[in-house]
Design a protein around this ligand. Structure first.
Ligand SMILES: *Cc1c(COP(=O)(O)O)cnc(C)c1O
Length: 804
């Protein structure tokens, strides 16, 4: 991007003066970050405009990925990487006296998401742009992202994440592209020339202002757009006079702006707030209006919409695009119902992310009716026609109709609406899609078998390997040349070096380097010195019952007890590292965080064991912290209850960075196993069919396991009695009960013995360094299959019908 280093240095210094009015010697790190990122954004501007121009003049089909979450993280490093300017800028800054890595730390994470679902959206944007697809993101510009987590006396404390404090250099505010979104009001139905006309009155208007963020593809030439919407009030100052009105005006402003104020910190529990519904409709209506504006410029008949536009919804959160598109086509464009429905249901496609019943979105009808009266009428009509069709198809089987109906008593089932209104429904891993077809969505699969398909999730190797683990990327390039960067499946080329001692040593050295780096980060952040030569055994992900962080900490308690009983026990030193945020309202999850911290404190202070066992809970798990942790992992804990984790993407990041997986046959772990076999990962526990069978028969007998396995009862009892741990009588009684009196919903105790045994296998396996490195290489080699580039190519050809 800059012709050479000297030119960059020159331009950078000029920009520093023109943008901040400072000479270099007065600048601080934050200034360097601000100036550098704004230069890059401006530089990308030209290709951004060209890309858009190209799309328009070629009438290219465009995909719009609607998501309530985009967990982007930082952009500086990745943008420099994709522009091919990383080394030049690093060197140039160094000569000016700055360290690029430190400058990168100045950027706040754009944490506009909770976890996997939001991070997937961000990886997809990178892969769309890097493979030159016309694909854009559509989201909300939350003023506060996912909360910042502090651990105070072992407890999670949530602080607001004001990521925009120092502005956002990557975005461009586009007030010229604003649209209006309407809420409330009442619908008047009139007849005009024998046609029914629907008009909403007394509505409240909110202005949606888009902020555009360039999504710079690898190579830097192709630049797509992430458009995030902000809510602003429309009332202007001339409409107010007098003191009372002034305060009313401020109140009104605040209520409008609250729509894009914050991200709901819940990723799998049903969130019943009116504000959340407002957010969803706000995204759908604003996004659609802007898409249709772009489409209008093509001057094509509206019939051509599905040929030129694909709208994808990331889970059911943006399902209201379906009735909203119907509303616009009928009430604004003037189409009849049948034609509007044909267009809509050939434009929208949907991804399901979970089968957890508490995460299936349902909205109270009374709320939808009041907030979105016209939208509700449309949903009612969609449902009436759908159920009418079902009654003809399944005569005398009202239970099928009831099960599939979009309206269920006083509730709206969003997944049902999403399936009925879209032409494609996909799950996110083979096992998950299978469960959807055979169980969760079976009647829909019977009705529309061709709609259902699988698209296994993926991650971008540019962020998760090239940027996060540059030494590993460099080694691969040296070994098999750089083709893998554009086609990551070429990484299988390193397989033939898996037995090569020299290559193994270099893999080992890189891992050790990354572990040392993480060690200093942990020391700096929490003042704990961890043994960089111990096995780094890592579980980082949202805290949830089904992800079973509890099983991990119970195993640590078990190991600790063993070591106290036999201090000379021969084990390879192990450092267990956790990172996890709990939804603020999920009290059991927060208690598990507390338990991990209590155990960590005691283990780390105990001189008798802390040479062999250490436990770290890293605060505020986020994308930028993930980038530091994952390259340093030896063992990746992917231990969800089989059938519960739809795919997982953390598992893929670890695999790509050479960690070995300790996991259940769940989500994408199943496909990892298919690629690399039993020999290169550590599988344990019940299989999904067994778990699902138990569920169908009311669970398993937890009491039996507790009574018959001393390892289980011993460790469980330590939650409620003062044994080896300084845990007060009954202190963790709530956690104890959560297992014993819910019949162990997540099979923690059922899988515990198998988990212990598999941990022992890891200990043995790690002793053979040559074998361990070989396994690690096999994992890296096959990780190309789990890149989002591969996933996006499948979406593009099999769902969206777009070419690159
Ligand atoms: C990848 C990622 C996740 C998803 O992790 P899973 O292990 O698949 O649940 C969550 N949060 C962050 C910050 C991530 O980078």
């Amino acid at each position: 991007m800059f012709s050479n280093k000297e030119a960059f240095k020159q331009l950078f210094q000029e920009n520093l003066v023109s943008k901040l009015g400072k000479p270099m010697k007065e600048a601080h790190k934050g200034d360097i970050y601000t100036v550098l990122s704004s230069m890059i954004r401006e530089y990308a501007g030209e290709n951004w405009a060209d890309t858009n121009q190209y799309f328009q003049s070629n009438q290219e089909k465009q995909v719009y990925y609607f998501s309530m979450e985009f967990l982007i993280g930082r952009l500086l490093g990745n943008n420099l990487l994709n522009l091919g300017a990383l080394e030049l800028v690093r060197e140039g800054l160094k000569e000016l006296g700055w360290d690029l890595e430190e400058i990168e730390e100045e950027e706040s994470d754009a944490g506009l998401g909770n976890g996997g679902l939001g991070r997937l959206a961000a990886c997809f944007l990178d892969s769309l742009a890097s493979q030159r697809y016309a694909g854009h993101g559509c989201g909300i510009r939350y003023r506060y992202g996912l909360f910042e987590q502090k651990i105070v006396e072992g407890n999670q404390v949530e602080l607001p994440d004001y990521w925009l404090r120092n502005g956002n250099e990557w975005e461009v505010r586009r007030p010229d592209k604003k649209v209006e979104v309407r809420f409330w009001g009442n619908v008047e139905i009139r007849e005009e020339e024998k046609e029914l006309v629907f008009e909403t009155h007394n509505y409240e208007t909110v202005t949606a202002i888009p902020y555009d963020v360039p999504v710079i593809g690898y190579g830097g030439e192709h630049v797509n757009t992430l458009r995030i919407w902000s809510a602003e009030s429309t009332m202007d100052y001339t409409q107010i006079s007098g003191t009372n009105n002034y305060y009313k005006f401020l109140d009104y402003n605040r209520s409008v702006e609250s729509i894009s104020e914050f991200l709901y910190p819940d990723d799998s529990q049903y969130e019943g707030k009116l504000l959340r519904l407002k957010q969803q409709y706000f995204l759908c209506s604003a996004g659609l209006q802007s898409i249709l504006r772009t489409f209008e410029k093509l001057e094509l008949n509206i019939d051509h919409l599905p040929e030129k536009v694909a709208i994808h919804i990331n889970d059911t959160h943006p399902t209201l695009v379906i009735p909203e598109l119907m509303r616009i086509l009928i009430d604004v464009v003037g189409l009849g119902w049948a034609q509007a429905w044909d267009i809509t249901s050939r434009t929208v496609s949907y991804t399901n992310h979970t089968t957890l019943s508490e995460a299936l979105e349902k909205w109270p009808i009374s709320m939808v009716k009041e907030l979105l009266p016209r939208i509700y009428m449309i949903i009612e009509e969609i449902n009436k026609q759908f159920c009418g069709m079902l009654m003809k198809k399944y005569p005398g089987q009202p239970e099928i109709v009831a099960q599939m109906s979009i309206i269920d008593g006083q509730q709206l089932k969003m997944a049902n609406l999403a399936i009925v209104g879209s032409y494609s429904v996909n799950g996110v891993a083979a096992l998950h899609t299978d469960i959807l077809k055979k169980r969760e969505m079976k009647p829909f699969y019977n009705l529309y078998p061709h709609r259902f398909n699988n698209k296994t999730n993926g991650i971008t190797h540019r962020r998760w390997m090239m940027h996060a683990n540059p030494m590993l990327a460099e080694l691969i390039s040296e070994t098999i040349s750089t083709g893998w960067m554009n086609d990551p499946q070429e990484m299988t080329g390193i397989l033939k070096y898996s037995e090569d001692r020299g290559f193994q040593d270099r893999i080992h050295t890189i891992k050790q380097h990354n572990k040392l780096k993480l060690t200093s980060y942990i020391h700096e952040k929490q003042g704990i010195v961890v043994d960089p030569y111990s096995i780094f055994d890592i579980q980082v992900k949202r805290l949830h019952g089904y992800k079973r962080q509890l099983m991990n900490v119970l195993h640590i308690m078990y190991l600790y007890t063993q070591l106290k009983q036999t201090p000379s026990m021969d084990i390879i030193p192990r450092t267990f590292i956790f990172g996890a945020k709990a939804a603020p309202s999920y009290s059991l999850a927060k208690r598990i965080i507390k338990l991990i911290n209590v155990v960590a404190d005691q283990v780390n202070r105990d001189r008798e064991v802390n040479q062999k066992l250490q436990v770290i809970f890293l605060e505020n798990y986020s994308v930028s912290i993930a980038e530091k942790i994952i390259p340093a992992a030896d063992v990746s804990e992917q231990i969800s209850t089989a059938s519960k984790e739809a795919s997982g993407t953390g598992n893929m990041k670890f695999m790509m960075n050479g960690a070995l997986t300790l996991g259940t046959m769940d989500g994408a772990n199943v496909e990892m196993h298919e690629m690399i076999g039993d020999d290169n990962m550590f599988l344990f526990g019940l299989r999904s069919e067994q778990v699902l069978d138990y569920y169908q028969h009311g669970g398993y007998a937890v009491k039996d396991v507790y009574d018959n396995d001393a390892r289980v009862s011993e460790v469980m009892d330590q939650l409620v009695t003062s044994g080896y741990f300084c845990i007060n009588e009954h202190e963790f009684g709530d956690i104890f009960d959560s297992i014993m009196s819910t019949n162990d919903e997540y099979f923690v105790l059922k899988d515990f013995a198998s988990y212990i045994e598999t941990h022992k296998k890891i200990d043995i396996s790690y002793r053979n360094s040559k074998e361990w490195q070989r396994k690690s290489i096999v994992n890296i080699a096959h990780s190309g299959k789990f890149t989002s580039d591969y996933t996006i190519r499948k979406y593009a050809s099999e769902i969206w019908g777009i070419r690159n």
